[in-house]
Write a protein that binds this ligand. Sequence first.
Ligand code: G3H
Length: 256
Amino acid sequence: RVMRDIMGINTLEHQLEKRMGIRKVIVVPGDSDRLPWVKSELGRATAGSMKELLHGDKNIIAVTGGSTMAAVAESLTPDFGEKGLVFVPARGGIGEDVKNQANTVCAIMADKTKSRNRVFYVPDQVSSEVYRSFIKEPLIYEVWNLVKSASMVLHGIGDAITMAERRNTSEEDLQKILEGKAVGEAFGYYFNEEGEIVHKVLTIGLQLEDLANIGNIIAVAGGQSKAKAIRAYMKQAPSSTILVTDEGAAKTLLQG
Ligand code: G3H
């Protein structure tokens, strides 16, 4: 605690909370762009925050994909299992590699905490026709309902272009993302600097408007290169959001 005060971390957190108008900001020292272990620190800080927020013996936790969420998964421990957790992917496939997929992250989280997970069997980039018939599938519908009743959401935030390039994004969608001047991405939604949605990946699961009904929302994103993306997303994020970030992103966020 004292160490954090000396480093000015507490001040950074309070300034950011005020600036972004969200519930809480947690800053870990360092910059995950430069030092890979800082990402593990983001994971550890998120696990600590989850522990404080989870109550009762039944908790559905909706989770997105990405390497930051994978770091969160690695920080979870078996004692979480007492809280009867069920990890569900927040949204269906959005073009990620297997290691970055929400299904994979949820499976690791369940394994680490000795709890359960559910899988969203949804392919990437379906046509709207296929999409409509998929949501009628009982198994998919069941997981979808679980997602909607989540008491906690854990999600990453990505730089828009990095995400569009990393995923199986079609040429047409890439154009839309570029022309819309997207800077940030979360849940498969792409945002411009004003926080407006310029593109959305068509998939089943949590829609942005569903966040309003979820009690605990933890966004985890660090690294100076993500500052723009975090700022954009936070312009429209629910005020109940908790942001776990690092010093690299935090300092740049305060400059803008
Ligand atoms: O939606 C955001 C991305 O999943 C973030 O991915 O944690 O690998 O940067 P990342």
